[in-house]
Ligand binder design. Sequence first.
Ligand code: FMN
Length: 169
Amino acid sequence: MNGAVFYASKYGSTAQYAQWIGEATGLPVFNVEGAPPPESFDFVVVGSPVIYYGFLIEKWVSEHLGALEERPVVFFSVSGAGPGPKLDAWIPESLPKSFVAHMRHVGLRGRQIPADLTFYDRTMLIIGGLKNPDRKAGQEELKGFDYMDQGSIGPIVEMVRRLQQREVA
Ligand SMILES: Cc1cc2nc3c(=O)[nH]c(=O)nc-3n(C[C@H](O)[C@H](O)[C@H](O)COP(=O)(O)O)c2cc1C
């Protein structure tokens, strides 16, 4: 089957993961702004960062929900919080129920460089960091972090390889 990677990214780390997945699998990679419709492919890999407890790609997913439900979807999230209860809670709060039920999810960890942020985001993250009862997460909001790890795309590449070997139904 033929597939493609679709992503949204605010500061570039999700774009970097999408690029790595494209290089490892041979799939074309598209920023959702100006991308072809998902109907053009038999399966899709969809990537999004978590920004303020929600997914940046939420609107695009809602707009293309019908097409996404009709083909296999591998969804990768990129966030400060790693896989765990926080991420598990944000997924159903910010993505359509039928999409969540249909897709297979892999959680990746991203990067946040304070000097790169807009004034608004930097200010919001300083306030959030000072108020966060989870002190480690609070320090990361204040000082930034870099968990980018090319090796962590392994499970996604594996899922894509299996989909590429499948015949179109
Ligand atoms: C404004 C802002 C809000 C964020 N909100 C969250 C959040 O609610 N939960 C979380 O785990 N990470 C959060 N992060 C961390 C991002 O998910 C992480 O930096 C990610 O790598 C950004 O992806 P991008 O570079 O593709 O935009 C936030 C980052 C920024 C800049």
